[in-house]
Design a protein around this ligand. Structure first.
Ligand SMILES: [Fe+2]
Length: 383
């Protein structure tokens, strides 16, 4: 879809949703004119601030921090979460009322649409935001994933790969979250660590404390990284330099060859297709293929799981991805399957296995609901 049409569709949808929410909240609540105006002014304000966000992004090709950014985006993200839950509740209420009307004789709509219901509708999103914030406050949770492969070389049996993705280092992510992550990683003592993109979602220069913490990550065989789409939205060259400076091996259409107990492990990496928009090196499986040896075990790091169809034709045994956040919060955790072919977890695609981590951090509002911050420990096993 051309970008101009996409933007028009997004803005139009936003306006339609505003009128739907405004109508459903005020039409049947028997409010005074003043109260209707008050509710509408509140809705116009929050919808306006949230819509200002994409409009701002679309007007700036490469993002740079301005002094007002942090407080504006933090507020806009929080309001975005509020609107998300408000819309969900309005839709759920309408569906419930629709069903009641057909199933219950002498149905009284006031139960769903009275003044008290309006107050509940406006307050409930705040409670959901609070719950979601608690989930994030717990920090990254360890998920153990033993994966079995018929062709696993003997020397790689029980190799432990720690998979981190979508951390989204930015002003929304507290430094203490990264500190908690590093602490948990080092206690797990992994053999190697892989990062599948969207680790940085800001200008690297603004996050030196986070990079100092990443430098403390310990693994026996090293750390391997590919950029996601969000790294490209900022100064990607500065970002990649920062990752290299803390000892990460950046894989842009490259393969690292590791000899582990006389067995060959090949870790290939491709950049996110967003590279194309910024005239940077795009995913190039042919170039990766030049590096790849026919023997040994082959792992592909790709931010987007959707590239798995191509990866499996190139002879990879395992692809590790992120990007989807598992939908991050309700109701998207339930709807993500409509937008992503591989939303989260393990998939078998012909002879290849694909694992999609639901994200170690979070994007936008500091909350998750129906998902959690995932730190995956993949243990390779012989089938
Ligand atoms: Fe992400």
């Amino acid at each position: 879809m051309p970008m101009g049409i996409f933007k028009t569709v997004v803005v139009s949808l936003f306006i339609v949703v505003f009128f739907y929410v405004s109508h459903q909240l005020t039409r049947f609540a028997d409010l005074s004119f003043g109260m209707v105006m008050l509710v509408n002014v509140f809705l116009i304000l929050i919808f306006g601030i949230v819509l200002a966000q994409p409009l701002y992004f679309w007007s700036n090709n490469r993002l740079e921090h301005k002094p007002w950014h942090d407080s504006f985006f933090r507020t806009a993200h929080l309001l975005m979460a509020y609107i998300n839950f408000l819309i969900s509740l309005v839709i759920i209420r309408d569906l419930a009322a629709f069903l009641m009307e057909y199933l219950t004789p002498n149905y009284n709509a006031d139960v769903f649409y009275g003044k008290e219901a309006l107050v509940i509708m406006l307050v409930a999103p705040l409670l959901l935001i609070f719950l979601g914030t608690l989930v994030v406050r717990v920090g990254p949770q360890v998920k153990n994933m033993p994966l079995r492969f018929k062709n696993l070389p003997t020397g790689l049996e029980d190799l432990r790969i720690l998979h981190i993705t979508d951390l989204h280092i930015s002003s929304s992510l507290p430094v203490s979250f990264v500190a908690k992550l590093v602490d948990r990683v080092n206690k797990l003592k992994p053999d190697l660590i892989v990062y599948t993109g969207d680790i940085l979602d800001s200008q690297a220069i603004r996050h030196l404390p986070e990079f100092a913490l990443l430098k403390k990550m310990e693994s026996r065989l090293g750390q391997f990284y590919v950029p996601g789409n969000h790294e490209y939205y900022w100064d990607v060259d500065q970002g990649l330099a920062a990752f290299r400076s803390v000892g990460f091996k950046v894989l842009i259409n490259e393969t690292a060859h590791l000899n582990i107990q006389n067995s060959l492990l090949q870790i290939a990496g491709i950049p996110d297709p967003a590279a194309r928009m910024f005239k940077k090196e795009e995913p190039d499986f042919d170039k990766v293929g030049l590096d790849l040896k026919p023997d040994g075990f082959k792992v592909l790091l790709s931010h987007q799981p959707s590239l798995a169809q191509t990866a499996c034709t190139k002879g990879f045994d395992l692809q590790l991805s992120g990007h989807t956040h598992g939908g991050q919060f309700f109701p998207w955790n339930l709807l993500i399957g409509f937008f992503q072919k591989y939303p989260k977890g393990l998939y078998r695609i012909q002879d290849m296995q694909l694992y999609v981590n639901q994200g170690t951090g979070y994007w936008g509002p500091s909350l998750r609901l129906g998902t959690y911050c995932e730190l995956t420990v993949i243990t390779l096993k012989k089938a």
